[in-house]
Write a protein that binds this ligand. Structure first.
Ligand code: PMP
Length: 438
């Protein structure tokens, strides 16, 4: 009897595929692999995008007050679409930024990080057969999220132009070809994903570039999912321009933001979507039928952080002024370190990422002909295992078809303490010395 029931239970387990078709081909994930590698081998981790410096005191104090300040209701559910104080202050803040009136209850929704805002957008807007344009290189989750919704991603690359004589390349040298971009729009196009400032390049799209995209969106009646999580991390006096502020775009744009990036608290996972009610009402449907609710205490603390920032808007004490100032200095240190050893950096105009050219280091990490793995993956793995320095291969931010065109670059995160960046510099200098003496 025992053998019989065992074989029945085995059969029961094996009788049908368990995986839903929508997961086919999207089971591999760069972060699972590289976060583990960094945890195992890295002495200096410039891989995944998070600060290793403390969050601002005013924010952690707000969290502590929310936790133990006597309002026990902050330990319970709050409004599902966003804790009222947070949606109110976000509406107030974005009214200033966009120059239009916003209703906190219908024009703002709080999500579990920007990730969930993105997920809600794709689930809310994309049907089977719809195409979604994604600009390469892109934050990697856009592609599987489009596919999970039944849509087809259509990729258009930023193409690098040679830098000006004797200058380091800038993220601004990576540009869309207007004709190529236009050729991707058709009656099947439902949406375009825009990520400015862009992860991984650090490109901050200019008004002209945004205008070009906006014109095509209006012409083809296409939505824009505008991932602006790095909106405050812009350098050298550059300005972040909001797609929703361009003519004809408010009605068709969802702005996505992240307290994780904005206040250096990536672990809190508080994000938001801002847009017209006619779009956000559908995000609410996805939200209420999936996660429904985000941690109340984290929302309360982020609300207080924004209340502070509303008061200090544009002033030198504002965190949104101080953070980019500090990060620009860190960017410059890392640029210097990399340039000094010949790992040519592409100087980012924004974000806390920087892409560098590994060509001059290739002799240390021989390629394996006909390998399935792009060369930059091999290089990044070799580097963390042999040098203790973690970074992310750039081709992780490209579609399968285009990966092999961009295998000479790796991405570093420079939102790190001075000591961490110095330690990275030491590793690079030592490596360079070993190279020249061998
Ligand atoms: N969009 C981009 C471009 C990102 O780089 C990230 C985080 N790396 C996210 C969205 C996700 O943000 P969050 O942690 O708030 O979910």
């Amino acid at each position: 009897l025992q053998t019989h029931s065992l074989s029945l239970s085995l059969q029961a387990k094996m009788s049908r595929p368990v995986q839903a078709r929508r997961l086919e081909g999207i089971d591999k994930n760069i972060w699972v692999e590289f976060v583990k590698l960094a945890a195992t081998y890295s002495k200096v981790n410039l891989g995944q995008g998070f600060p290793d410096f403390p969050a601002p005191d005013f924010l952690t104090e707000a969290f502590t007050r929310a936790l133990s300040g006597g309002n026990h209701m902050l330990h319970q559910y709050t409004r599902g679409f966003g804790h009222p104080p947070l949606v109110k202050v976000l509406a107030q803040f974005f009214e200033k930024l966009l120059g239009r009136d916003l209703d906190p209850m219908t024009n703002v929704m709080v999500t579990v990080g920007a990730y969930q805002a993105l997920f809600c957008c794709f689930q809310a807007f994309v049907d089977e057969g719809d195409e979604v344009i994604i600009i390469e290189p892109f934050f990697d989750c856009y592609e599987p999220m489009v596919k999970m919704a039944g849509g087809t991603p259509v990729f258009v690359p930023l193409r690098p132009n040679p830098p000006k004589d004797g200058k380091l390349m800038s993220s601004a040298d990576w540009q869309l070809d207007p004709a190529e971009l236009a050729s991707k729009f058709s009656e099947r196009t439902k949406a375009i994903v825009l990520n400015s400032p862009n992860n991984p390049l650090g490109k901050v799209f200019s008004r002209g570039e945004l205008g070009l995209i906006a014109e095509l969106c209006v012409k083809h009646d296409v939505l824009c999912i505008s991932d602006e999580v790095y909106e405050w991390l812009v350098y050298d006096g550059k300005q972040h321009i909001r797609m929703a502020s361009l003519q004809g775009m408010w009605d068709r744009t969802v702005i996505i933001g992240s307290a994780g990036k904005t206040f250096s608290v990536t672990g809190w996972k508080v994000g938001w979507a801002v847009g017209p009610d006619r779009l956000l009402q559908h995000l609410r449907t996805v939200h209420q039928n999936s996660v429904y609710h985000c941690a109340t205490i984290a929302q309360e603390a982020v609300a207080q952080g924004f209340q502070r920032e509303v008061m200090l808007y544009g002033k030198p004490e504002s965190y949104f002024v101080q953070l980019p100032k500090e990060l620009q200095q860190k960017r410059d240190w890392l640029v210097q370190s990399l340039d000094g050893v010949g790992m040519k950096p592409i100087v980012p105009e924004g974000t806390y990422f920087l892409v560098a050219d590994i060509s001059q280091f290739k002799s240390d990490v021989p390629d394996v002909p006909n390998s399935d793995e792009p060369y930059d993956y091999r290089f990044a793995k070799w580097m963390v295992k042999n040098k203790g320095l973690a970074a992310i291969p750039l081709s992780a931010f490209y579609s399968e078809a285009h990966k092999n065109n961009y295998t000479n670059f790796i991405r570093f995160c420079f939102a790190k303490e001075e000591a961490t960046l110095k330690a990275a510099n030491d590793i690079l200098q030592k490596w360079k010395l070993e190279k020249t003496s061998s």
